[in-house]
Design a protein around this ligand. Structure first.
Ligand SMILES: C=C(O[C@@H]1C=C(C(=O)O)C=C[C@H]1O)C(=O)O
Length: 158
């Protein structure tokens, strides 16, 4: 991986905040693609240590600069641990801006893939995922950087 991409893929603070900064004045928007209860994919359940066929809160968004998607993200939060967190009310507000306000937030190591997002047609160089925990609440956040971001920021192809 090029150092330029490593700087994006390995960042452990808020991607939302970094995108806004890198966007240099381009309007930022979380475009809500899907938000529902459903069964996580097998690899998602495994990453969360969740028995297969348990319901989870699933959310898919595109992180857009100037209405162009730079990142697509899918988050999976086991229902049993939601405990009244009003995630369905987030709408087009960034999950990251809520998460990073939680004082006891713990983030797992970040796993990286060169495979495309299994939930979206747009392609890009890298994907990553990690689990955030705050108390008993857990959410797996999977983020895929897209070709539009490579172009707009003049980043190397990988
Ligand atoms: C975890 C973060 O939140 C981002 C915002 C998301 C959302 O609103 O659904 C999803 C994943 C992230 O790309 C972050 O900003 O780092």
């Amino acid at each position: 991986m090029s150092p330029a991409w490593w700087a994006w893929v390995a960042t452990r603070d808020s991607l939302t905040a970094r995108l806004i900064e890198a966007g240099a004045g381009r309007p930022f928007r979380v475009c809500l693609l899907d938000q529902r209860l459903g069964k996580p994919r097998r690899d998602e359940a495994q990453a969360l240590g969740l028995p297969l066929d348990r319901l989870a809160w699933l959310r898919e968004v595109a992180l857009c600069l100037d209405e162009r998607p730079w990142v697509v993200a899918r988050s999976v939060a086991p229902l049993a641990h939601l405990r009244g967190q009003r995630l369905e009310r987030l709408g087009e507000r960034s999950l990251g801006s809520w998460l990073f306000r939680q004082p006891d937030l713990v983030r797992s190591p970040i796993e990286v893939t060169a495979a495309p997002a299994p939930f979206h047609r747009l392609t890009g160089p890298w994907g990553r995922r990690s689990v955030f925990r705050h108390g008993r609440f857990a959410v797996l956040v999977q983020e895929f950087f897209l070709d539009a971001m490579t172009d707009e920021l003049g980043l190397p192809s990988r």
